[in-house]
Design a protein. Structure first.
Length: 271
C-alpha cells in the first residue's frame, strides 16, 4: 500500500512540475500569456531571509534586487468606493475598516482615526457609503474624493505589513503568481496591513490570479508567491496599464520565468 501511495505522489509531483514549465497568464486583461520555452535555463537562486512575519519568511533574492514571499492571499477591498457602509452592506465587513475611535481604513471628518467617517454625497460613485482609503494615494486629489485612493476592484495591488516591508516602499512594483492555477499578474504595493500578518491582495489581483475575490469569504490559505521589486516605483499611483508594462519589464530584466522556475521549484514540490 505504501509503495502505491509513493508512486502516486511521484506522478502528481511530476505533473505539477510539467505544468509549471508550460505558461503563465499575466496580462491584467487576461488576453495575453507569457510562454516559457522548454529550453529556458534554470538560474541560481540564492535566498537569504530578511525577516519573518507570523512565521512566514521574507526572502531577499537576486542580490537584494527582489523580495520573495510565499504565503496566503486574503482579499483587501480598501480603496473601493463600495467597500464599507454604515449599515454594513458594503462588499466587505465594516469591521475590516475599523471601529468607532479607530477607523484605520476610512476618511474621517477630522482626518484622524478617532474622527467620524465621512459618507459619500449624491455626486459620488456610491452615495451613502463611506470613503475607503489606501496607504498609497493620489495627493493631487482632495481627501474626500474617492478617486484619491487605489480602487481594489480596478487595480491589481498587494499589501505588506506596516514597518515590515523588507525595504519595499509604497508604489513599488511586483509580480504575483498563483502556484496552483499558474496565473501571473503584475501588481503595485498600494496598502499597508497589520505588522503581524502577511499575504493580502486586491479584488482585481485575485481575479487576475483565478482566486475567489470576495472580500468576505474569498482568498486562499497558501500557494501565492509575491515577487516584489524594491525601488521600482516612484511613490505615486499608476494605472493598470502602467503597472503591467513597468512591472513586467522589471520581471523580465531580473530573469523572468527562468528565475521563477529555480526560486519556486522547491515550494512547488511541497504543494
Amino acid at each position: 500500500m505504501r509503495t502505491k501511495v509513493a508512486v502516486v505522489i511521484v506522478i502528481l509531483l511530476g505533473s505539477l512540475l510539467s505544468i509549471f514549465a508550460s505558461a503563465y497568464t499575466y496580462n491584467p486583461s487576461l488576453k495575453d500569456s507569457l510562454p516559457m520555452p522548454s529550453n529556458t535555463p534554470l538560474m541560481t537562486c540564492l535566498k537569504s531571509t530578511k525577516l519573518e512575519v507570523a512565521g512566514v519568511p521574507v526572502w531577499e533574492i537576486l542580490g537584494g534586487r527582489a523580495l520573495l514571499i510565499i504565503s496566503k492571499m486574503s482579499i483587501d477591498a480598501d480603496g473601493a468606493p463600495n467597500a464599507y457602509h454604515p449599515e454594513d452592506i458594503g462588499i466587505d465587513f465594516l469591521s475590516n475598516g475599523g471601529r468607532p475611535g479607530n477607523w484605520w481604513a476610512l476618511v474621517t471628518d477630522n482626518g484622524r482615526k478617532d474622527g467620524r467617517p465621512v459618507v459619500q454625497n449624491s455626486s459620488a460613485p456610491f452615495p451613502g457609503f463611506y470613503i475607503s482609503t489606501t496607504s498609497l494615494f493620489d495627493a493631487t486629489r482632495p481627501r474626500i474624493d474617492t478617486k484619491r485612493y487605489i480602487d481594489s476592484r480596478l487595480v491589481p495591488y498587494f499589501v505588506l505589513p506596516k514597518g515590515r516591508s523588507g525595504g519595499a516602499r509604497l508604489g513599488d512594483l511586483g509580480v504575483v503568481i498563483n502556484l496552483r492555477t499558474h496565473k501571473l499578474s503584475p501588481a503595485i504595493f498600494a496598502d499597508n496591513g497589520p505588522s503581524d500578518t502577511i499575504g493580502e491582495g486586491s479584488i482585481r489581483l485575485a481575479n487576475n490570479l483565478g482566486v475567489n475575490s470576495n472580500p468576505k469569504n474569498g482568498g486562499v490559505s497558501s500557494g501565492i508567491a509575491y515577487l516584489v521589486f524594491p525601488g521600482s516605483g516612484n511613490g505615486r499611483p499608476k494605472s493598470p496599464e502602467e503597472i503591467e508594462s513597468e512591472a513586467m519589464e522589471w520581471f523580465k530584466r531580473l530573469g523572468g520565468i527562468g528565475m521563477c522556475r529555480d526560486c519556486l521549484q522547491l515550494k512547488l514540490k511541497q504543494l
